[in-house]
Design a protein around this ligand. Sequence first.
Ligand SMILES: *Cc1c(COP(=O)(O)O)cnc(C)c1O
Length: 484
Amino acid sequence: MKIPQKGLSKEEIFQTLRSYKSADLDWKSGRVFGYIYDPGEKVHDVIDDAYTLYLSENGLDPLSFPSLLRLENEVVSMTANLLGCDNEVVGNFSSGGTESLILAVKTSRDYSRATRPHIKEPEMVLPITAHASLFKAAHYLGVKPVVTPVHDDTFLADVGAMRDAITDNTILLVGSAPGYAHGVVDPIPEIAALAQEKGLLCHVDACVGGIHLSYMRRLGYDVPDFNMNLPGVTSLSVDLHKYGYAAKGASIVLYKNKELRKFQIWACSRWTGYTVINPAVTSSKSGGPMAAAWAVLKYMGDDGYKEIVTEVMAATKRLIEGISRIDGLRVLGQPNMCMFALASTTEKINVYRLADKMKAKGWYLQPQFARDNSPSNLHVSMNRSTVPQAEALLKALAETVEEMKQEEIDQETRDLRAELKKLSLRFDEETFFKLAEMAGVTGVAPPERMEKVNMLLEALPCDVSEFMLTEYLNNMMLLDGDSD
Ligand SMILES: *Cc1c(COP(=O)(O)O)cnc(C)c1O
């Protein structure tokens, strides 16, 4: 594609943009149980206007746009207060959970370089339920992730295993509040106490849970402790663009004190251009996400969040109880908030096939692979917009499970299953191509039904599936060659 010689009209542009969206998930349906945190039309209006008001302001330089510095300090302060922080706590705004976690890991690495310079190959200990972006942060920053198991059935971090995983090179322990996959909060007080005992840093990944769990606690729900004020916790991340219902591009990373946060900041005066001083990873950035996050916190108020949390928790309870009554399904562990994973109790119900069938009926549930003691499952995240759909979801799940019980599993799927069972015995290039073909992964376009692809990706050694996913995206993101 080329830039058009003559610019298009606004009408034409918006017509095209809208048409491009037609194959996207219809998140306004309330039937999408991941990716989307929708506070409803009225709140969206405020978010959109605040975002637009600050769209062009540049967060690169707080001295040129002092209002952005003020907004950042106020958003961080509101969030820190909600999380029960003392006056020593400091923090920054970032573009999302991933950036907050990259910052927390970078800060830990650089703090350790300064205070424990003998460590040349730093390690961080994290349960297998820790979010993928922590593995990404470790990879980007040259920190080795040392993965520990979680307990059977509860999926809670095994703190004993974390203790055993600590070496002379360990710099950081991580716990999640909650882990995304199962929605269970790790035993943060114990992880933090262990870090303190060993003189290590401890990060709490409360990206998805920080806001929601804090309001649950205020409403009197039973919520495990995960706050910044726990002895031993040195940093915490919390996303505003999840259950803060802010526009995307909004997260906060908090530190125990500014002596630690110092290691997050980057300054550069050694090139020929303008002086750079960045608190976060990005440099030039729109003021939109920050202004929108500020606006949503102010607009919702404690009362607004409490109302949403109450609604969402009631619907989640009904869903979890309902799913537990469906013969063939079960919910994994004891979810602490409004997100959970459902698994199958019978060979007849392959959850990936269930996801395909539900998708064909307009429901989006997120496949999650079997890893260690966590079986294949589908993830459900509730939010305000999915509440009215909870009963309908239960009905659709029950019906689809019944349908599947009546069906014979087709020969192709059975063959693939048999081949995958043999996989652990031997793996080579020939096997790989054979399996890929059986799974229907032949071109760049994703197959209509993902069941077999998910079965394959789940069964392959992680190095191989990650290689495959990389190749796939690399081939999908190509120039289209069109001349118009
Ligand atoms: C969503 C999430 C992240 C990553 O956040 P992004 O905003 O998608 O970058 C990290 N940790 C947890 C627990 C999450 O749920």
